[in-house]
Write a protein that binds this ligand. Structure first.
Ligand code: SF4
Length: 232
């Protein structure tokens, strides 16, 4: 398939759908990589994952979740009580403050439950649009959302699905191209493909499953050649 330069909205929608189909065939087991067993563990893990790898978060959360098993336990803590558990995640002082403040707000405003609406999540202290989007996507009864992190933004631009820089604007473009029931899946697939193949510095275009659908916007010829092998 050739990607036309002056592609209209209908053609872009069709291509976006094919990108999702191809990535789903490539990553049939795709799911969030953070490990959690409850709504509060999900919220805390997503807050910790900002500018940190999911693997690192998964290393620290078992001990953290044992020490703070409930919203009440976090709300009763001082932020510095969390420091020893999350220090290796980066930005740990701010993350500890945010987790404690968010849990106090959950007790005050939501009876200690994590709300499912993205707007209510986004209104919690320290919970931004991306965090709220990821959390609502994974909660039972949550809303459709297409949160844009660094991987989603980069792939959306390279794939010619958005020309925007800000996450909010990229999300608006992407949600115009795919139906709401595919947003969550598409988000996870773009994150996975960004990690496994379409890396920021050296995308593995030569072995990329969506190469026939990708105009490789912003890549030089050398950049598009990428490494010989994708990272496992
Ligand atoms: S072809 Fe290259 S730029 Fe396009 S999605 Fe694949 S790895 Fe990324």
């Amino acid at each position: 398939m050739t990607v036309r330069r002056n592609e209209g909205l209908a053609a872009r929608r069709a291509r976006a759908g094919r990108v999702v189909d191809a990535l789903r065939a490539c990553y049939p087991d795709v799911r969030i990589e953070l490990q959690y067993e409850s709504e509060i563990e999900l919220l805390v893990a997503v807050i910790l994952s900002a500018q940190c790898t999911d693997r690192r978060v998964n290393l620290v959360t078992p001990a953290l979740f044992r020490r703070f098993p409930t919203v009440t336990a976090y709300a009763a803590a001082r932020p510095r009580d969390l420091h020893p558990y999350i220090r290796s995640c980066g930005l740990y002082r701010a993350k500890a403050r945010n987790i404690v403040a968010a849990c106090r707000a959950l007790l005050d405003r939501h009876g200690g439950r994590v709300p499912v609406s993205r707007a209510e999540l986004n209104a919690l202290p320290g919970v931004g649009a991306k965090t709220a989007g990821v959390v609502t996507l994974h909660l039972s009864g949550g809303e459709p959302a297409f949160p844009v992190d660094t991987h989603v933004g980069r792939l959306a631009r390279r794939l010619g699905l958005s020309g925007q820089r800000s996450p909010d604007a990229v999300e608006r473009d992407l949600t115009e191209l795919l139906p709401p029931e595919r947003w969550g899946l598409a988000h996870q697939l773009l994150v996975r493909h960004g990690r496994r193949c379409c890396a920021a510095r050296a995308p593995a275009c030569a072995i990329c499953v969506v190469r026939p659908l990708c105009p490789q916007v912003g890549l030089t010829a050398a950049g598009a050649r990428g490494p010989r092998r994708a990272k496992a």
